[in-house]
Ligand binder design. Structure first.
Ligand code: BYC
Length: 472
């Protein structure tokens, strides 16, 4: 396959130079993307050198090249994973037929909608995080958030490539609209709920990278199984970048937990706020919030949309190819937790309509593994406390549980009890103000804010006091 041409305006491994129409469409979009990046990307720092990783080839050895780059100069490009020779569709009604290289006409609208929904999250997250540079806890963390931001930008490019290459004029219109919607805007919000929530502080950012980026992992993995081969290949490559975002989230929260434990031990108190730490109870409330809004991103428990995506061969289960069943699922069932009046019950539902819930199950199990690692840190410090995921019905806005009030332990409760207890379960204004008060920038190389422990090692073998962002 072609290598990546870095001399081109748009680095790519899709032979862009040979497709003039597509090249022109993307070159017309590029300045508008940069305009959006300048308006809505990270505030400040745009002319600073940041030690960034750039993809230079998609094979295992070469996709991570580290160097100082100014963010607007980042090589946002189009990279698809290597094609799998003779790939066939692995599931649904078209199981066994060669994977599509072109959009099947009858699924055009559905596929476009999926790609647009995926694409919309990428610029949204950059918008949500744009003010955080000003309050970074260290240059190491500052570099990490910018790495995440430029990669989300590249993921937007990935979806815009698909729209421009395969959806003609309406694809171009959708590519434009991706730059027009704005996170949190009342009149033209981003498509999915979690991407309209503010990310006002670094605790929220790390939680977002842990919980919401992890939805990205599961959705991208399901789309990587798609019968539409260009979507599959682009998602496969995006997943390699996504792993770093979840690393930032898990280690970010983990380092906060560690620092909190150190302060608890040192001062022999649970109330570490007086010592500039974030108490475990507050961390738990942030977990409850970010977990619940991210659970909403999987859609309704019982969804004909999800069934259609599957039977059409557009979106599969997590690790579809590793599962040992018929990959058609017409006769299968799946246990789904549902609301039955005052009770939460398990019902066997047809497997096809339960695919959102099944993906949510995989996701919850993955989140639980991360929490376990944070809890090991707490245990190592001899502290008797465990962070927990809230029940999947807690604080939901989408699906069956949105119709009731559910406590974090899974009890269906009255509105009155909810009103009294919600401040114990979700971040309060006071929590937010306290966390905000800690957000003072630390920009001296090798120094870290008091509320977060340093990481065990730097980026790409560099020391912790490396100048990850040159502010001079
Ligand atoms: N907010 O049958 P339903 C990432 C809509 S994150 C608002 O329940 P369906 C990233 C739904 O669109 C990964 N609306 O659900 C992370 C539908 O509307 P229409 C993003 C919602 O369709 C961090 C209606 O409700 N990728 O990459 O089975 C940083 C009924 O839908 C929500 C994808 O999501 C919500 N939470 O599944 C950067 C993959 N939930 O069509 C990036 C593509 C549902 O009736 N998207 N609705 O007007 C999908 O696969 C599906 O659209 C969903 C929803 C899983 C999101």
């Amino acid at each position: 396959m072609a290598g990546i041409d870095y001399l081109e305006r748009i680095p790519n491994n899709v032979n862009l130079a040979e497709n003039r129409r597509l090249q022109r469409a993307l070159e017309e979009w590029q300045p508008r993307f940069l305009e959006w990046w300048n308006d809505m990307g990270p505030t400040g720092f745009q002319t600073k050198d940041v030690y960034l990783r750039t993809a230079v080839s998609v094979d295992a050895q070469g996709w991570a090249k580290f160097d100082y780059v100014q963010m607007p100069e980042y090589r946002w490009g189009i990279f698809l994973a290597e094609p799998e020779p003779a790939r066939v569709i692995g599931f649904g009604d078209h199981k066994g037929v060669p994977a599509w290289q072109e959009v099947p006409g009858e699924y055009r609208g559905t596929l476009r909608r999926l790609i647009v929904t995926q694409g919309d999250t990428e610029p949204a997250s950059v918008e949500q995080q744009r003010h955080l540079g000003r309050t970074c806890p260290s240059l190491y963390d500052l570099r990490n958030i910018f790495q995440v931001n430029v990669e989300e930008g590249r993921h937007l490019w990935a979806m815009v490539y698909l729209l421009d290459a395969h959806f003609g004029r309406d694809g171009r219109e959708e590519a434009e609209a991706l730059l027009q919607r704005r996170s949190g805007d009342r009149d033209r919000p981003r498509i999915l709920g979690a991407f309209n929530e503010p990310t006002p502080d670094w605790l929220s950012f790390f939680m977002f990278a842990f919980f919401t980026d992890r939805d990205g992992k599961y959705q991208l993995a399901s789309l990587a199984e798609s019968g539409f081969d260009p979507l599959s290949r682009t998602c496969r490559f995006m997943l390699t970048e996504e792993a770093h975002h979840m690393f930032v989230g898990e280690t970010g929260v983990g380092r906060i937990v560690q620092r909190t434990c150190e302060l608890m031990r040192k001062h022999k108190t649970d109330d570490v706020r007086a010592f500039g730490g974030i108490d475990l109870a507050t961390i738990q409330r942030y977990i409850n919030f970010h977990c619940s809004v991210s659970l909403d991103l999987f859609g309704s428990e019982v969804s004909t949309n999800a069934a259609n995506f599957y039977t059409m061969g557009l979106k599969a289960r997590f690790e579809e190819t590793k599962k040992h069943d018929d990959h058609v699922l017409k006769d299968a069932t799946y246990p789904v937790l549902e609301l039955d009046g005052e009770r939460v019950v398990t019902r066997e539902e047809p497997a096809l309509v339960s695919l959102n819930e099944r993906l949510r199950d995989d996701y919850i199990a993955d989140c639980a593994r991360g929490l376990q690692r944070w809890n090991e840190t707490i245990k190592r410090h001899g502290i008797d406390f465990a962070l927990a995921l809230p029940h999947r019905g807690f604080h939901r806005a989408i699906g069956t549980f949105s119709e009731a009030k559910i406590a974090p332990d899974g009890r269906v409760i009255s509105e009155a009890e909810w009103d009294v207890r919600r401040h114990d379960w979700l971040p309060t204004t006071e929590d937010q103000l306290f966390v905000q008060s800690l957000m003072q920038p630390v920009i001296e190389p090798g120094k870290f804010a008091n509320w977060i422990a340093p990481p065990p090692r730097g980026i790409n073998g560099k020391p912790l006091d490396f100048e990850y962002v040159r502010l001079g």
